[in-house]
Design a protein around this ligand. Structure first.
Ligand code: NAG
Ligand code: NAG
Ligand code: NAG
Length: 530
C-alpha cells in the first residue's frame, strides 16, 4: 500500500522471526514489525553517544531536517543527564553511534502527501543502524529509537537488541487546532507540533480563523486582524509567527494545512472587510446583524481572490482547507437582494444552490493558484461540483459516518475521517478507548473505495480549550488516533495498548509534556513545572 515495495522481499522472513521472538519493545504507535532479542542489550554513554550519517547515505551533513533532529533527540534521550557518571570509561565496548542512511538523495524542502515515511531500524550489540528512503522516514525512525532507549536502575542508558521494519498505514495523520474560539500562543502550537512528532502524526490542520476572532495577520488586508482579532497586538499571528510554525513543523516532517472557512463561520471577518458579509433583515429593514459571506456581489470574489492568493503563497503545502461547513441560511433568506438574485439565477427556494454557486467559484479560484483543497462534507452533501482530486472531510456524527465514508468514496472522492475523533468532547473515564476502537475502513465498499481513504484527523475545537488545558486534553488521548492511523489494522488489543500508552505517557512526562493520566497509577518521573 504505502511504499513497501522494497521491503516486500524480507516480509516472509519477518513473519517467521516474529513467530520465533514474539512482539516486544514498547513503542507508540506500534511499529509494523518488531523483533526483540530478550536479554541482549547495549549501553549508551551520553558523553560519547552521537547520531551520524552512514557512509553510504545519500543525504549528509548540511541537511537541516536531520542535523537538527540529531540535536533534538540527543537532548530528549539524555535530558536528565547532568554529569557523566565516573564509570563511563568502563564501557569501552559500548556502541555509541546511531548511523542514519537515507537512500534517496535530496533533503526535501517540505513533506507532502506522497512523502515516504518508511524506515528500518537495526539495533545490535555492535551497531545501530537506521535506514530510510527519505529524511521523513528517518525522522520517524529516530523517534522510534528514542523510545527504545531505557534507563537501568543504576542510571545507565541501554537499548535492547531490536529489529524494526516500519511504515504508516495511512499517509494523512492529522490534528486540528482551533485558534479562533480561543487564541493559542505560538509556544503552545510549537509544543503541540513536538508531541505530534512523538506520535508520528504528520499534518497540522490549522483552523486559524472562525466566527469569534480573526488572529491571522494578513498583509493584503491588515484590517481583518486589526478589527477582528481579540486583541490586534497580543492575540494575532504575525507573518513571522506563521513562518515559525511552518518551519517548526517542517523540521518534524509535519505539513501545515491552514483553514480559512467560508462562507459561514466568518463573523469575525466583518469588521475588517466592510460589505463582505450579508446584512440580515427584519421585515424590510436591515437588522444590523450579519450572516455568511455575501455570495451575490462581485466585490466578494475580488476580495477572496486577493486573500486566497496571499494564503496560497504564505502556506507552502499543496492543500488548503476551504471549510464550507454549517452555512446558516436564515440571514440569506431574510435579505431581499439575495432573494431577487436567487430568482434571477433560477435557484427557487434552495439556498444550498446559492451556497454551491459561491463554493464553486471559490474552488475554481484556488485551483487557478495551483492548489488542491480539502472541504468539510457539506460541500459534497450539497452536490457542489468539485475537482476529482478534492478531499472530503467527514465530520458529522448524525448520519453514521461509515455511511458517509461509503458515499464519498463511491463517488470517487478521497475521504478524510474525523467524525469519531472530536477529542474536545470529553467524558469521565477512559474515553481514549472509543477513539482507539475506531476502524476507518469499516464501511460497506469495494477495495477501490477503501483505497480512497487517505487517513484521518483528531480535532480539538476551542470552545472550552486554551493554553491552560490544551496539552492535557490532547495527550495522550490523541495518541489513540495516532496509533489507529499508523499501525497495522490488527493492532487492537486494548490491554496491550493500555500498557504501551500508559508507558508512552510517562515518556511524555519525562519530556516535560503535561499529558494527563489514563487511569490509576504512577510514573517513575512525575510531571513538575520547570
Ligand atoms: C528490554 O528487554 C527487557 C527484557 O526483555 C525488558 O524487560 C525491558 O523492558 C526492555 N527495555 C526496553 C527499554 O524496552
Ligand atoms: C459582476 O461581474 C459580471 C461579470 O464579470 C458583470 O456582468 C456584472 O455586471 C457585475 N455586476 C456588478 C454589480 O458589477
Ligand atoms: C497486518 O497484519 C496482518 C496480520 O499480522 C498481516 O497479514 C498483514 O500483512 C499486515 N499488513 C501490512 C500492511 O503489513
Amino acid at each position: 500500500m504505502i511504499g513497501t515495495g522494497s521491503m516486500a522481499g524480507g516480509l516472509l522472513m519477518w513473519l517467521w522471526l516474529w513467530l520465533l521472538a514474539g512482539p516486544g519493545g514498547a513503542v507508540w504507535p506500534q511499529p509494523q514489525h518488531v523483533r526483540v532479542w530478550p536479554g541482549s542489550s547495549s549501553r549508551l554513554v551520553p558523553a560519547r553517544f552521537r547520531f551520524g550519517y552512514a557512509r553510504d547515505s545519500a543525504v549528509g551533513p548540511g541537511c537541516a531536517v536531520l542535523d537538527q533532529a540529531f540535536l533534538r533527540y540527543w537532548r530528549l534521550l539524555f535530558a536528565a543527564q547532568r554529569r557523566p557518571p565516573e564509570y563511563e570509561q568502563l564501557w569501552e565496548m559500548s556502541c555509541n553511534e546511531l548511523l542514519v542512511s537515507v537512500t534517496k538523495p535530496g533533503c526535501e524542502d517540505y513533506p507532502n502527501m506522497d512523502s515516504e515515511e518508511s524506515y528500518k531500524l537495526s539495533i545490535s550489540e555492535d551497531s545501530f543502524l537506521l535506514t530510510a528512503d527519505s529524511v521523513w522516514g528517518a525522522l520517524r525512525g529516530l523517534e522510534t529509537f528514542s523510545q527504545l532507549v531505557g534507563r537501568a536502575e543504576d542510571g545507565t542508558y541501554y537499548v535492547n537488541k531490536t529489529d524494526i521494519v516500519d511504515f504508516p498505514r495511512f499517509r494523512y495523520r492529522g490534528l486540528l487546532l482551533d485558534t479562533s474560539r480561543h487564541y493559542l500562543p505560538v509556544k503552545a502550537i510549537l509544543e503541540t507540533l513536538d508531541v505530534m512528532a512523538y506520535n508520528k502524526l504528520n499534518v497540522f490542520h490549522w483552523h486559524i480563523v472562525d466566527d469569534p476572532s480573526f488572529p491571522y495577520e494578513s498583509a493584503a488586508f491588515p484590517d481583518l486582524s486589526e478589527k477582528g482579532a481579540y486583541n490586534p497586538i497580543t492575540h494575532v499571528y504575525t507573518p513571522n509567527d506563521v513562518k515559525l510554525v511552518i518551519e517548526h513543523a517542517r523540521l518534524r516532517g509535519i505539513r501545515v494545512i491552514p483553514e480559512f472557512d467560508t462562507p459561514g463561520h466568518t463573523l469575525s471577518w466583518g469588521p475588517g472587510a466592510p460589505g463582505l458579509l450579508t446584512p440580515c433583515y427584519i421585515g424590510s429593514k436591515p437588522s444590523g446583524a450579519y450572516g455568511p459571506v455575501n455570495p451575490i456581489l462581485n466585490s466578494t470574489y475580488q476580495f477572496m481572490a486577493v486573500l486566497f492568493r496571499e494564503v496560497s503563497t504564505v502556506f507552502p503545502d499543496f492543500y488548503l482547507h476551504l471549510g464550507g461547513d454549517e452555512v446558516e441560511f436564515t440571514c440569506w433568506r431574510s435579505n431581499p437582494e439575495i432573494n431577487s438574485f436567487m430568482k434571477q439565477m433560477g435557484f427557487g427556494q434552495d439556498y444550498t444552490e446559492l451556497e454551491s454557486f459561491y463554493i464553486q467559484r471559490l474552488l475554481d479560484m484556488v485551483s487557478s493558484y495551483g492548489k488542491g483543497y480539502v472541504v468539510w462534507q457539506e460541500v459534497f452533501d450539497n452536490g457542489v461540483k468539485v475537482k476529482p482530486d478534492t478531499i472530503i472531510h467527514v465530520w458529522k456524527e448524525s448520519v453514521p459516518y461509515q455511511h458517509k465514508m461509503a458515499q464519498v468514496t463511491k463517488a470517487g472522492y478521497r475521504a478524510l475521517l474525523s467524525a469519531p475523533w472530536y477529542l474536545n468532547h470529553i467524558s469521565y473515564g477512559q474515553d481514549w478507548l472509543a477513539a482507539y476502537k475506531v476502524e476507518p475502513l469499516q464501511f460497506a465498499g469495494s477495495s477501490e473505495q477503501k483505497a480512497l481513504v487517505i487517513g484521518g484527523e483528531a480535532c480539538m475545537w476551542g470552545e472550552y480549550v486554551d493554553a491552560t488545558n490544551l496539552t492535557p486534553r490532547l495527550w495522550p488521548r490523541a495518541g489513540a488516533v495516532a496509533e489507529r492511523l499508523w499501525s497495522n489494522e490488527t493492532v487492537r488489543d486494548l490491554q496491550d495498548a493500555y500498557y504501551r500508552l500508559a508507558d508512552f505517557r510517562c515518556k511524555l512526562l519525562g519530556r516535560g509534556i503535561q499529558a494527563e493520566p489514563l487511569f490509576v497509577g504512577y510514573c517513575d518521573h512525575e510531571y513538575s513545572r520547570s
